[in-house]
Design a protein around this ligand. Structure first.
Ligand SMILES: Cc1cc2nc3c(=O)[nH]c(=O)nc-3n(C[C@H](O)[C@H](O)[C@H](O)COP(=O)(O)OP(=O)(O)OC[C@H]3O[C@@H](n4cnc5c(N)ncnc54)[C@H](O)[C@@H]3O)c2cc1C
Ligand SMILES: NC(=O)c1ccc[n+]([C@@H]2O[C@H](COP(=O)([O-])OP(=O)(O)OC[C@H]3O[C@@H](n4cnc5c(N)ncnc54)[C@H](OP(=O)(O)O)[C@@H]3O)[C@@H](O)[C@H]2O)c1
Length: 258
């Protein structure tokens, strides 16, 4: 099979940055023909020593306008894909399926005033892409990024989050943005302490954001741990918020990572 009819392109790893022993970020070259909408994921392939290729979904962190692709990864002990991925170094090859996919995108909502982006662990990735794109800043009056991790050292992209609203093209929208970190297994200054679900139940999340979660105004994107997504959806259901479907508008869009 020639490269032109293959469903993927070969890209080069430009940079790998470890965050903790089980988390790292990486950057790779982007094929000029690879298009995606902020919030979507790419299917990445690594070729093992026996010549077989393993594929997994990875949310893009970088913006659709960047010339490179950024990603944020866990290392699952014994995981088929991440065991291989975490061995790769600058200059190594990764495969990228030509077609990006995923529905954790802003077009899921036709209206709404406040956008809540609720994430656990590596589930913060698609929200970073959305935040680096322009549309979200024009579409919503308030944008609240909530990022839950076990320990503070697992909070990735803190520099990027801090400098986002300093970017010249976003400066006029800075007042719209709020970043709320929550660290669940230790106390950490500047962060809340408790699961997203607990913080919704006890009202602390809304208090920290200074805005209520309501079906009228809130649109909620949720990404990461599937149990967290189910539990959060159940909580939001009691507030009359439901999944946004193509034929039936709603307030919630989700992406399960496993
Ligand atoms: C739409 C989509 C987007 C995704 N985007 C990302 C991403 O941006 N970054 C990323 O690291 N992973 C992401 N994942 C998960 C990713 O596809 C793989 O599951 C992950 O790379 C582990 O692969 P593995 O073969 O090593 O282990 P797998 O056999 O795939 O997974 C083994 C177990 O590890 C745990 N696990 C898997 N992924 C994660 C994770 N991200 N965080 C915590 N626990 C996990 C689960 O318990 C899972 O059952 C995404 C998954 C989906 C479906
Ligand atoms: N992170 C580590 O140091 C570590 C170490 C060894 C192994 N692992 C393995 O790596 C995998 C991923 O770990 P991770 O820390 O990235 O992801 P994770 O277990 O999904 O935890 C990320 C965040 O999500 C929260 N969370 C989990 N379930 C939730 C629910 N039902 N409702 C609301 N919030 C919920 C966690 O809170 P809680 O802290 O309250 O769970 C934590 O703040 C797991 O399978 C884990 O066993 C992780």
């Amino acid at each position: 099979m020639t490269a032109s009819v293959e469903k993927f392109t070969r890209q080069t790893l430009l940079d790998v940055t470890p965050l903790t022993p089980s988390l790292f970020t990486f950057r790779m070259t982007r094929d000029p023909g690879f298009r995606f909408i902020a919030g979507q994921f790419a299917r990445l392939g690594v070729t093992k020593a026996d010549g077989t290729t393993v594929w997994r979904a990875y949310s893009v962190v970088s913006s659709p306008f960047d010339e490179f692709l950024d990603f944020f990864s866990i290392v699952v002990p014994g995981g088929e894909f991440t065991s291989e991925l975490s061995r790769l170094r600058k200059g190594d090859t990764l495969l990228v399926e030509k077609q990006a996919v995923g529905y954790l995108t802003l077009d899921r909502f036709s209206d709404g005033r406040d956008l809540w982006m609720l994430s656990t662990g590596t589930g913060v990735a698609p929200f970073l892409s959305i935040l680096q794109d322009f549309e979200v800043w024009e579409k919503f009056e308030r944008i609240i990024l909530v990022y839950s991790v076990r320990e503070a050292k697992e909070l990735a992209y803190q520099e990027l989050i801090a400098e986002l609203t300093q970017r010249e093209y976003l400066a006029e929208y800075a007042h719209k943005f709020q970043f709320i970190a929550t660290v669940t297994r230790e106390e950490h200054p500047g962060a809340l302490h408790g699961r997203i679900t607990t913080l919704i139940e006890n009202g602390e999340l809304e208090k920290a954001a200074g805005v209520a979660l309501t079906p009228e105004y809130s649109r909620v994107m949720i990404c990461g741990n599937p149990q967290m997504i189910d539990d959060t959806r159940a909580l939001l259901k009691t507030r009359d918020m439901r999944l946004a479907l193509t034929r039936k508008p709603g307030q919630i869009a989700v992406e399960n990572y496993w």
